[in-house]
Ligand binder design. Structure first.
Ligand SMILES: *Cc1c(COP(=O)(O)O)cnc(C)c1O
Length: 370
C-alpha cells in the first residue's frame, strides 16, 4: 500500500479505500469475471457508473436541474480552446481575469478565436494575489476566471457578479469547498486534482448558456454533442470516471463538501501557521488570497531549499518541490490528504529549524571564539 505523505499537485493523492476498490475492479469488476478496463462503455454496468457519477456531482455540489453535467477528455487545457471555439468565435470578444500560469494559457487559446480583454491582472506582483476590481465589457461573450491558482497558491473566495456569463476553471479546488453553481454559466475541471485519476474532464454548464452556441463545430469540440449523447458520443475515459465515482462516494461518506471544507480549512491553517511562525520559511501568497489547496512557500535562505527537500524524505514526504518557474515549495492539500500528513510536514519544518538554528548558533560561537 501507499505509505508516503503525497503533497503532489496532480495527479493527486486518493483515499486508500478508493485505491483498494479500484485495484479490485481492475481484476474482477462487480463479479462479472471481467476487468473494469475491459467492459464496454455501452454496457448497462457502465451506464450505471456514468449515471451514478452524474448524480453524485449533482448531489455533492447541489447542481440545479437546468445545468448539464458532461464528462469530457483532453484535460482542462482542452477547455481553454473549446470554450472560446464554442462561445467566442464570431462574437468578437471575451473577458479574462489574469491570475496566473493557467489563466495565461486560457487567454492564449482565446486569442485564436477572438479578442481576449484582460479585465485585471496580478502579474505585477508575481501573481501573489487576486485582483478585486475590474470593469467588464457588457458586450463580451463571457468572463473567465480561475478559482484556484494551482502553481502560485492563490484562491478566489469571492466571485465576480456581472451581467455577462461567468465561466470558471475550477480544476484544483472543485469539491474542496461549497460553491453556488448558479453563480456560474460554465464550470470545468480536470479530474486529476481533486476528483480522481487523470483522463476525465468535468463540465457543468447551464442549459441556457449552451443555447448561445450557433457555430458548426467538430463533434468532439461541441458541448451540445456531449449533452445530446449523455457523454457517450464516443468512448469516454471509463476507468477515470469509475474511480471518480468511487472517490465521490468516499466524499459523500465523509459528510460531503461542507464537512471536507472544514477539514481543508483546518489543514491549511495548520500549515500556514507554521510557515508564519518558523524563522526559516515565508509564504508566497498574500494573506487573504492564500489557497487552501496549494500552499506555496519559500526559505529566506534559498541555499537551504535543497537540503530541506532531502530532509523531508525521511518523513516520507513527497511532492513538495515548487513549480519550476516559481521555485520554493508547494504543498497540495487536496481532499484525500490527511491531517496526519500535514502534522508530519509541520514536524519536519520544526525539526529542520531546530537543527539549523542550533547550527547557526554554533557557527556564531566558533566565529566569536576564533
Ligand atoms: C492542472 C490545471 C490545468 C491543466 O489541466 P490539464 O488537465 O493538465 O489540462 C488547468 N487549470 C488549472 C487551474 C489547473 O490546476
Amino acid at each position: 500500500m501507499n505509505t508516503k505523505h503525497n503533497f503532489g499537485a496532480g495527479p493527486c493523492v486518493l483515499p486508500a479505500s478508493v485505491l483498494q476498490q479500484a485495484a479490485n475492479a481492475v481484476l474482477n469488476w462487480n463479479n462479472l469475471g471481467l476487468s473494469i478496463l475491459e467492459v464496454s462503455h455501452r454496457s448497462s454496468d457502465f451506464e450505471n457508473v456514468i449515471s451514478k457519477t452524474e448524480l453524485l456531482v449533482r448531489e455533492l455540489l447541489q447542481v440545479p436541474d437546468h445545468y448539464s453535467i458532461l464528462f469530457m477528455q483532453g484535460g482542462a487545457s482542452t477547455q481553454f480552446s473549446m470554450l472560446p471555439m464554442n462561445f467566442l468565435k464570431g462574437r468578437g470578444k471575451a473577458c479574462y481575469l489574469d491570475t496566473g500560469f493557467f489563466a495565461q494559457k486560457a487567454i492564449r487559446e482565446a486569442l485564436l478565436f477572438g479578442e481576449a480583454n484582460i479585465v485585471n491582472s496580478s502579474a505585477d506582483k508575481a501573481y501573489s494575489y487576486i485582483p478585486e476590481d475590474y470593469l467588464v465589457d457588457k458586450d463580451a461573450a463571457y468572463l473567465h476566471c480561475t478559482s484556484n491558482n494551482t502553481i502560485e497558491g492563490t484562491e478566489m473566495f469571492q466571485f465576480p457578479h456581472t451581467s455577462i456569463p461567468l465561466v470558471c476553471d475550477m480544476s484544483s479546488d472543485i469539491f474542496s469547498r461549497v460553491i453556488n453553481v448558479e453563480d456560474f454559466d460554465l464550470i470545468y475541471a480536470g479530474a486529476q486534482k481533486n476528483m480522481g485519476p487523470a483522463g476525465m474532464t468535468l463540465v457543468i454548464v447551464k442549459d441556457k448558456f449552451l443555447e448561445r452556441i450557433d457555430q458548426v463545430l467538430p463533434a468532439m469540440s461541441d458541448y451540445r454533442i456531449f449533452k445530446e449523447h449523455g457523454s457517450l458520443y464516443n468512448t469516454p475515459p471509463v476507468f477515470s470516471i469509475y474511480v471518480a465515482m468511487l472517490n465521490m462516494t468516499w466524499l459523500k461518506d465523509q459528510g460531503g463538501v461542507t464537512v471536507i471544507e472544514q477539514r481543508n480549512i483546518e489543514k491549511a491553517e495548520m500549515l500556514y501557521t507554521e510557515i508564519d511562525r518558523n524563522s526559516l520559511f515565508y509564504g508566497m501568497a498574500q494573506g487573504k488570497h492564500r489557497s487552501r489547496m496549494n500552499v506555496t512557500f519559500s526559505m529566506y535562505n534559498q541555499q537551504q531549499e535543497s537540503s530541506f527537500l532531502d530532509f523531508v524524505e525521511q518523513y516520507g514526504i513527497v511532492g513538495i518541490r515548487g513549480y519550476r518557474t516559481v521555485g520554493g515549495f508547494r504543498a497540495s492539500l487536496y481532499n484525500a490528504l490527511s491531517i496526519e500528513s500535514v502534522i508530519e510536514l509541520v514536524k519536519a519544518m520544526r525539526d529542520f529549524e531546530h537543527i539549523y538554528v542550533n547550527l547557526d548558533a554554533l557557527h556564531v560561537n566558533s566565529a566569536n571564539n576564533g
